[in-house]
Design a binder for this molecule. Structure first.
Ligand SMILES: NC(=O)c1ccc[n+]([C@@H]2O[C@H](COP(=O)([O-])OP(=O)(O)OC[C@H]3O[C@@H](n4cnc5c(N)ncnc54)[C@H](O)[C@@H]3O)[C@@H](O)[C@H]2O)c1
Length: 357
């Protein structure tokens, strides 16, 4: 890659997510990291140490945009500020592409505004879901779509020490990637919150089961929580991808998967990992899009659909009912007054006779 094609980049928010982008930009020969903004002095100090003071740091993104305009801006603050940061980056006038962390926004509506804004300006956008830049995960998506396990029927996921919104959004995005272009139609979740667990600034479930169903009938069953027993203890999320002619078992981010299907008798398929980190791969895809003029919004769109499932899951638990997507569309009528499945029916008080559907 010649020097002329190198792109300048800046990062807002230098915590766990931002550091993944900073490291990727430093490692890539496609980019020059020219500034990092973070409100925290401690975070700025860490950046200065990592870059031997060669990359200027700023307390606000406004200051950084004024002094270090860049081709690419990475937004790695918390989700509620992603829309504001994206708008500010675009308004600065010189941005040619963006990385915005998942979840794209605090709500699906905010995330949609980010995707629509960048599309309307014909600017490429990447959302760095790790599985979408991991060789085994991508091979699974391709092989499932090619029919290696027959028709996809069910994706079952066990995920411990995590919750629906923080890590679950990655697993749900993977499910959406498996079933797209079929849209997700309905989400039903029950969550226990007895331990009042919080994680990454959010109140989350102690344990939850989330069911999301796509228009083609394929379901995901995602069991998240603080202490979820997993059949194998060495992965944060174990997935079983079940078809009508076999299944795949996959521990998230592992460079292998188990394939049991037709002429594959419990084959452990090893997949050569990509040479670079997930964030670097996403950022280099962004560079490719900037230089070629091609645009690829599939990952942002599936990320948005995953965010919608997350939002619907928590809403479903709150209202004790199914939530129909898209969010904001007409919802199923909620039972008036108490209606407790499992209790004897008194014989009066209305309702619907389930034997006369
Ligand atoms: N894609 C991934 O694999 C991945 C991994 C980790 C985090 N993330 C995402 O990154 C985002 C940030 O989470 P995190 O885990 O890095 O949190 P974090 O607490 O580690 O870091 C957030 C950083 O943003 C800074 N910040 C907050 N508000 C700011 C503002 N207005 N201006 C400038 N800086 C600001 C904080 O001071 C902090 O340094 C989240 O959306 C999270 O989901 C993604």
């Amino acid at each position: 890659m010649s020097g002329a094609q190198r792109l300048t980049a800046t990062v807002i928010g230098a915590g766990a997510g931002g550091t993944l982008s900073i490291d990727a930009l430093i490692a890539s020969d496609r980019y020059d990291l020219i500034g990092v903004a973070d409100v925290s002095q401690a975070s700025r100090n860490r950046v200065a140490e990592k870059t031997w003071g060669l990359v200027p740091t700023f307390a606000t993104h406004e200051e950084m945009f004024a002094q270090r305009p860049s081709d690419v801006v990475c937004v790695s603050t918390y989700a509620p500020s992603h829309l504001e940061m994206t708008r500010a980056a675009v308004a600065a006038g010189n941005v040619r592409g963006m990385l915005v962390e998942k979840p794209l926004g605090a709500t699906t509506a905010e995330g949609r505004q980010i995707v629509d804004l960048l599309k309307s300006l014909d600017l490429p956008l990447v959302v760095p879901h790790g599985l979408m830049a991991q060789s085994a995960a991508l091979e699974i998506v391709a092989r499932v779509k090619a029919g290696v396990i027959g028709n996809l029927r069910l994706v079952e996921m066990e995920c411990t020490e995590w919750d629906i919104i923080n890590a679950g959004i990655h697993w749900l995005q993977f499910f959406v990637a498996l079933v797209e272009p079929s849209p997700i139609e309905v989400v039903l979740t029950a969550a226990d919150s007895s331990t009042r667990t919080y994680r990454d600034g959010m109140q989350v479930e102690t344990e939850a089961i989330t069911m999301a169903r796509a228009a083609n009938g394929v379901r995901v069953l995602l069991n998240t929580g603080d202490r979820v027993p997993i059949w194998r203890g060495d992965t944060p999320c174990l997935m079983r991808i079940v078809g009508d002619r076999g299944f795949i078992e996959f521990g998230a981010f592992e460079p292998r998967y188990l394939l049991v299907a037709g002429d594959h008798d419990r084959e452990l398929v090893e997949v050569e990992p990509f040479a670079v980190s997930g964030h670097q791969r996403h950022l280099e895809s962004l560079a490719d899009q900037i230089h070629s003029g091609a645009r690829e919004y599939l990952i942002p769109e599936t990320s948005l659909q995953a965010l919608e499932i997350v939002e619907a899951a928590y809403e479903s638990n709150r209202v004790r009912g199914s939530v129909t997507l898209p969010i904001g569309s007409v919802q199923p009528e909620r039972a008036a007054g108490e209606w407790n499945p499992g209790e004897p029916y008194s014989g009066f008080g209305g309702g619907r006779n389930g034997r006369e559907l």
